[in-house]
Design a protein around this ligand. Structure first.
Ligand code: B12
Ligand SMILES: *[C@@H]1O[C@H](CO)[C@@H](O)[C@H](O)[C@H]1NC(C)=O
Length: 135
């Protein structure tokens, strides 16, 4: 009787942990697109992001596995990592250029991310567009 009661409590605990944390999950496929708006060229990199992982993590994984993709960030005191350069091309204050962060969801809708690469959590099948442009 006591054993049964204990088991039931343990099972209930397990169920509640699973509900709050989600199941043990697979990495989500995403696509990173490096878009140079001046030359109108795109490079496409299929990659993955950890379950509820940040975009910066997916970019680090990609950089480690595919040496044709490189990037650099600068730490900002308030907002975290600022994406300075991609594939050796850096935004500058002099030219007023930067890498803009855009996101296209699986249904095609395009949004402007209101957070940087260290805060953005990509969803399954999203296309993340890093767009080199002027401000
Ligand atoms: C101007 C500005 C920019 C300019 C900065 C360049 C420049 N020399 O002016 C540009 C156009 C480059 C820019 C880009 C982005 N920005 Co901006 N930007 C601002 C804005 C309007 C003013 C910042 C400022 O001048 N402060 C005054 C100076 C004296 O203080 P400062 O600390 O030196 O400012 C620096 C930082 O703010 C930094 N910075 C600006 N934006 C961002 C974004 C991130 C993620 C980081 C880490 C740093 C950073 O650049 C400033 C100049 O060096 C703020 C909103 C606000 N009213 O504060 C948003 C703001 C900081 N930006 C924001 C965002 C989201 C972005 C982008 C991610 C947008 C996008 N989807 O691409 C990109 C960054 C992408 C990347 N490469 O990492 C958000 C940050 C929120 C967050 N928690 O992440 C803010 C708060 C606006 C908002 N709508 O919420 N931005
Ligand atoms: C590159 O990608 C962007 C964003 O998806 C798109 O607007 C643009 O037309 C593309 N350019 C080329 C040459 O494919």
């Amino acid at each position: 009787m006591t054993v049964t009661a204990l088991l039931t409590t343990a099972q209930l605990l397990l169920v509640s942990v699973t509900l709050s944390h989600g199941d043990v999950s697979q990495d989500s496929p995403i696509t990173l697109i490096v878009f140079n708006s001046f030359e109108n060229t795109n490079l496409t990199y299929p990659t993955t992001v950890a379950y509820r992982g940040i975009l910066l993590g997916a970019m680090r994984r990609l950089q480690a596995s595919d040496h044709s993709f490189t990037f650099k960030t600068r730490e900002d005191d308030n907002y975290g990592p600022f994406l300075v350069s991609v594939n050796g091309l850096a935004g500058t204050e002099k030219d007023r250029t930067y890498w803009e962060l855009l996101v296209q969801s699986a249904d095609g809708a395009m949004i402007w991310s209101d957070v940087g690469v260290g805060c953005y959590i990509p969803r399954d099948q999203e296309r993340i567009i890093l767009k080199f442009r002027k401000y």
